[in-house]
Design a protein around this ligand. Structure first.
Ligand code: HEC
Length: 115
């Protein structure tokens, strides 16, 4: 039996779609200036608060001073509840409760160019 899974159900396209609302404040173009939020190009492996053009909140600047870096596990907890990870940060109300959605979004952010 043939089983056809729509491309949007999972993986790259889903991650791209989930990132759409984030584009209101975040760009993924490495050459673009930050907008309302920091540039997220190359986020995975980058230091927290790593956009040198963006003026971050104290809690994120503190994390940068501690040399914390974004990896998949950290991004997953962040997407679950950003404020729980960084109390007082300037990005609120962006929780993603669905683990599969977080995974797809983190996958997209890890490598947006290939998607
Ligand atoms: C209304 C604007 C807005 C929206 C929409 C938004 N963000 Fe943010 N985001 C911000 C701001 C502002 C900051 C910096 C917060 C600070 O300095 O405390 C930030 C910070 C971040 C950071 C940390 C960046 C770094 O350099 O370490 C990540 C990751 C992030 N956002 C991901 C997302 C994702 C994923 C979405 C969509 C689900 C999203 N954001 C939606 C405004 C927004």
């Amino acid at each position: 039996m043939l089983c056809i899974v729509p491309a949007y159900a999972d993986g790259p396209d889903r991650g791209r779609a989930l990132f759409e609302p984030c584009r209101a404040c975040h760009t993924l173009d490495p050459n673009a200036q930050p907008t309302a939020g920091p540039n997220l190009a190359g986020l995975l492996g980058r230091r927290v608060a790593g956009d040198s053009e963006f003026d971050y909140s104290p809690v994120l600047r503190q994390a940068r001073a501690e040399e914390r870096r974004w990896n998949r596990a950290m991004l997953d907890s962040f997407l679950t509840d950003p404020e729980a990870m960084f109390p007082g940060m300037w990005m609120t109300g962006r929780r993603i409760g669905d683990a599969a959605e977080r995974k797809a979004l983190a996958g997209f952010l890890a490598d947006p160019a290939s998607r």
